[in-house]
Structure formats: C-alpha cells, structure tokens
Design a binder for this molecule. Structure first.
Ligand code: PLP
Ligand code: ZN
Length: 406
C-alpha cells in the first residue's frame, strides 16, 4: 500500500488492448500511438466506506487520492485545486423554472479547469523523476502548467501560437516558464513543439498524449457525484468540448463510481461546440467512430478551436456510453450568454463555459433534454480575462481567429 493509497495498476490502450507499466514516464501507447488511460484495482476499495470517509478530507481534488495516480503524498504539487462550487441558476423571467445548476471552475488556481489536469499530471511526472516539461497550448493549459511547474521546482516550456492574447503569454512568463511563440495555428505549433523537443528529454504534456491530465479532469465527475449525491445527480451535463478530456474524464469517473457500487444511473453528457468548429458534434450526428478534421475552423472561444481532437474515438465513445449527444452554438449566442450569466446570475464565465448556457436552449428545443430534467452546465474558466465589449466588436467586424488542433 502506498501512502496515498492509490489503486493505480496499469495504463491501458482501448485501441489495441496493450497494457503498459505505469511505473515510468509514458506518453501514448507504444504499440499503436493511441491514448492510454489509467486503470485502478477498484475491487480493493470498499465503496461505501470510502464514500463515508470523504467529508473528513481536504477540500481539494486530492480527497479522491485512491482514484488518482500519485503514490507518494510528498510528490503532490497542489495549489488548493478542486472542490469548486455548484451554483443554482434561477431565471428572473421564470423563477419557478426547472432546476439548473452551474459548476464553476472559474475560481480554480490560474482561473480555469486546466488546473485539475495539470496538478495531477505535474505531480505524477514529479514523482517519476521528470525534470522538464513542455506543452503546446491555446493559453489556459500553458498558464496552468507554468504555475504547477513553478510550485514543484521543475522547468516548463510553453509553446503558444504568436497571436495568443498577451495576458496568457505574460501569465506563463510570470511563473518563470519559457514561452516559445511560433507562427501558425495550434496544430502547427503542436507539431513543431513535438519535433523540437523530440531529443530534448523533456516530457510532453499535450492533451491526451500523456495519461494523467485526464485523471485530473476525472475529478469533475467525482465532485459532481459527491456534491449532489447519487440521488441528486442531474439528468444531463452540458460541457464545452475542445480536446475532449473533460468528457472522457467525467464518463470515466461515473464508470469507476458504478464499479464501486456507488451509482446506478449516471448523467447523459452533451458536447457543446461552436458552429465554426464542431467536429465532435458532427461525428456524433453522423454516427462516425472518429472525427473528420473541421475545415476552416473559427470561433472566439479559444479552448474550443480544436478541429481534429487527438483522441476523438475515446470522446465519441464517452458521449455515446452516457447516452448523451451534442449541440452547436453561434459565437453571437456565446457572447450573449456571457452577458446573461454575468448580469442575471453574477457568474463570470469564459466564452467556452458560456457556450453551455447557449447550447441548453437548442438541446431543450429539440427534446434532447426534457423540460423537467435537472441539468448541470460546466463553466470551465473565468470570464475575467475577456472583455465582452471587445468580443462584441470582433463579432461586428466578423474578425474570427482561425486556428487548429492539439
Ligand atoms: C476554458 C476552456 N474550456 C474548455 C476547453 C476544452 O476542454 P476539453 O479538452 O475538456 O474539451 C478548454 C481547452 O483549452 C478551455 O481552455
Ligand atoms: Zn495501442
């Protein structure tokens, strides 16, 4: 038994069924290059006793330490991430309306849910003796990596597209990370970063090209379960989808809770994407097993500008296993939702998080979500780095930012 009590046993490839030893740093499946996902020996845990022990633990995501990959408590690199609030949204125009929840990750360290994945991935890399890490990023993941690397005393390099907003670039530098600005879209930046780093010995933290960021994202599902209770779980969770780690992570959480005997019915997961870049929603509607890259992607929500997510088979599997679906929203509706969330509900949402509020209308209108169902919207980041008037001006002049994948 390790100090944390982690039940991690192996890293598994769902594409070729390979099993990989988790005892050393590893990226993708060495056989076939697909994403690896962590497996735990859940039979060793008494689900009910574990559930009962949770309220006495720290209010961070490390309270779920048995289901996280880190073995030594001293390797944990924490800024107090996790256990974000779930807020009730009451509409002024329909005060008696059905129950609507919003889980707000805007207050996490570095201002977004990326803290969850980076806290866990950096901790595990640190435990395994990695000294230098890199990530290609549209912004939030880079800032989060920079903060956790600083906290652990590790070296971080963040590769950003040249046109990334300055506050993101400055944020990474403020934490002491090396920022490499490259021309082109995130797709080209990611490829160039991996080529440059191929012989550097630095560890690649690109989305789903290493197995532990998704374990950090899994805590979104674990928290929703703990905070609302098995009986209080919403019928549907609406989630802003880019690289898809959140959907894969939440579905994994519900499957693990089910294996522990703590859950019978889990929420349906709905992927919301912008009309200008909706490869996951299109693949869901087409019944495809993987996405076809989106041509000419554009949206003002930077985290959703992912035209060809790396592990799309796993994303589609997760949504389908939950019996959920997808919806697209316009950029105009996203900015309108940012305003409404702020003015009517006091919630500062990122464009990505606000997209869920916009998507709910169309999901209800087409009957995917029933009017009497409880719904949880996931706000993945704070809106404070964004200026709503500037976003509106960019809409008026239809200046959208073309970009590409992870
Ligand atoms: C604020 C925000 N929301 C959502 C996403 C998309 O997340 P996921 O990879 O879980 O689909 C991102 C990714 O960059 C993001 O920064
Ligand atoms: Zn494989």
């Amino acid at each position: 038994m390790t100090e944390t009590g982690t039940l991690l046993t192996s890293l598994d490839c769902r594409a070729c069924c390979a099993q990989v030893d988790p005892g050393r740093p590893v990226g993708v499946c060495p056989n076939c290059g697909h994403a690896l996902l962590a497996s735990y020996d859940l039979a060793k845990l008494d689900g009910k006793r574990w559930r009962a022990s949770l309220p006495g633990r720290d209010a961070t995501l490390w309270r779920y330490r048995e289901l996280l990959p880190v073995g030594r408590a001293e390797a944990i690199v924490s800024l107090g991430e996790g256990f974000s609030p779930i807020l009730r949204l009451v509409s002024r125009s329909e005060p008696g309306a059905r129950r609507l929840w919003l889980k707000d990750d805007g207050g996490l360290p570095t201002g977004s849910f990326k803290a969850r994945g980076m806290a866990v991935a950096v901790s595990r890399a640190h435990e395994l003796g990695v000294r230098t890490l890199f990530v290609p990023s549209a912004g939030n993941a880079g800032v989060a990596l920079s903060a956790y690397a600083a906290r652990a005393g590790l070296t971080a390099r963040v590769y950003l597209p040249e046109r990334t907003p300055s506050p993101m670039k400055d944020g990474c530098r403020a934490y002491g990370a090396e920022v490499v600005e490259l021309p082109g879209t995130l797709r080209e930046v990611g490829a160039a970063a991996r080529a440059r780093e191929a012989k550097s010995g630095a560890f690649d933290l690109s989305t789903l090209r290493e197995p532990y960021r998704v374990e950090g994202k899994k805590t979104m599902g674990l928290e929703i379960f703990e905070q609302l209770g098995a009986e209080g779980l919403p019928g549907a969770i609406v989630y802003p989808t880019g690289g898809g780690t959140g959907l894969i992570g939440m579905q994994k959480a519900f499957e693990e809770l089910r294996s522990l005997g703590l859950l019978e019915r889990s929420p349906r997961l709905y992927a919301v994407q912008p009309e200008g870049c909706a490869p996951v929603v299109r693949a869901l509607e087409d019944g495809a097993a993987k996405v076809t890259p989106w041509e000419d992607p554009h949206t003002l929500a930077p985290g959703l500008l992912v035209p060809a997510p790396f592990a799309s088979e796993r994303i589609l599997e997760a949504v389908r296993a939950s019996r959920g679906g997808g919806a697209t929203v316009s950029d105009v509706a996203i900015v309108h939702a940012m305003r409404t969330l702020a003015r009517e509900h006091g919630v500062s949402a990122s464009p990505e998080g606000a997209a869920t509020y916009a998507g709910l209308d169309s999901l209800r209108a087409r009957g995917a979500i029933r009017a009497d169902e409880t719904v949880l919207l996931y706000n993945t980041g704070s809106g404070l780095p964004f200026s709503i008037p500037e976003l509106e001006r960019s809409l008026a002049s239809s200046v959208t930012v073309p970009d590409a994948d992870h």
